[in-house]
Design a protein around this ligand. Structure first.
Ligand code: SAM
Length: 222
């Protein structure tokens, strides 16, 4: 089965034997790939919109995995089951991910692993999840088709993180690999450009950008 490198990498974060809910499953390609490629995976492929679920059902039937992947319509984790031990939320903003988890927090009681790939507000997502009893087991920053992505795997546990670790990711920061250098050097150059064009009267915004530049400068060069 052909899927994007992005989805393949997300799949590599899922453990064999996981019982997952894929929130915002869209086409359900991740769930189908997991059913075909990993051992003993059960998924609830869930989405708030009925249209993607029509495509998801077609794809599931085409690949013959309807025994492993169940499609459900619903907001966030409303469709979670008592057996669900893993939540996957990819392709949504970090603030939406936090909202989804916050409003149904009691439903996380049997959940051992949360895998997210937020396209924004990644700091806020790391902060929230580490405050409610999860710690970061693995994470990766990478480019697919020239677009940057981050995947973070949380498991149950308590760990204290510095503000820089919540911002960059503790494992991403430790590795500082090529994707990290490319992404943050670009961000540093863009931020510097914005700051240079900003009038002196915009004091608060200038301070904010200067702080970001300092943070980037310190952590890229280490
Ligand atoms: C950009 S797609 C991501 C699809 C897939 N997860 C991926 O990474 O390729 C976002 C999907 O999330 C769904 N969605 C948005 N908000 C949602 C929510 N609160 N609960 C469930 N699904 C949601 C949308 O309908 C859409 O299908």
């Amino acid at each position: 089965m052909k899927i994007s490198n992005r989805l393949k990498l997300i799949a590599s974060f899922v453990d064999d034997n996981a019982n997952i809910i894929d929130v915002g499953c869209d086409h359900a390609l991740l769930d189908i790939f997991l059913a075909l490629e990993k051992r003993n995976i059960c998924s609830i492929a869930s989405d708030i919109n009925p249209n993607p679920l029509k495509t998801a059902k077609k794809n599931i039937n085409f690949y013959g995995v309807s025994e492993s992947v169940v499609v459900k319509l619903g907001d966030g984790i409303t469709n979670i089951s008592d057996a669900t031990d893993t939540i996957v939320i990819a392709g949504l903003g970090g603030e939406t991910i936090v909202d989804i988890l916050k409003k149904d927090q009691p439903k996380l009681k049997n959940v051992k692993t949360i895998i997210i790939s937020p396209h924004s507000y990644i700091y806020e997502a790391r902060k929230y999840l580490t405050e409610i009893g999860f710690m970061i087991k693995d994470e990766k920053m990478f480019y697919d088709q020239n677009k940057p992505y981050v995947i973070i795997k949380f498991v149950r546990g308590q760990k204290l993180y510095s503000d820089d670790e919540l911002f960059f990711g503790p494992i991403i920061l430790k590795n500082r690999d090529d994707a990290f250098q490319k992404y943050y050097k670009t961000l540093l150059a863009e931020t510097q450009k914005i700051l240079n064009s900003l009038p002196d009267s915009q004091t608060m915004r200038r301070i904010e950008l200067q702080k970001l530049i300092e943070r980037l400068d310190c952590n890229i060069k280490v």
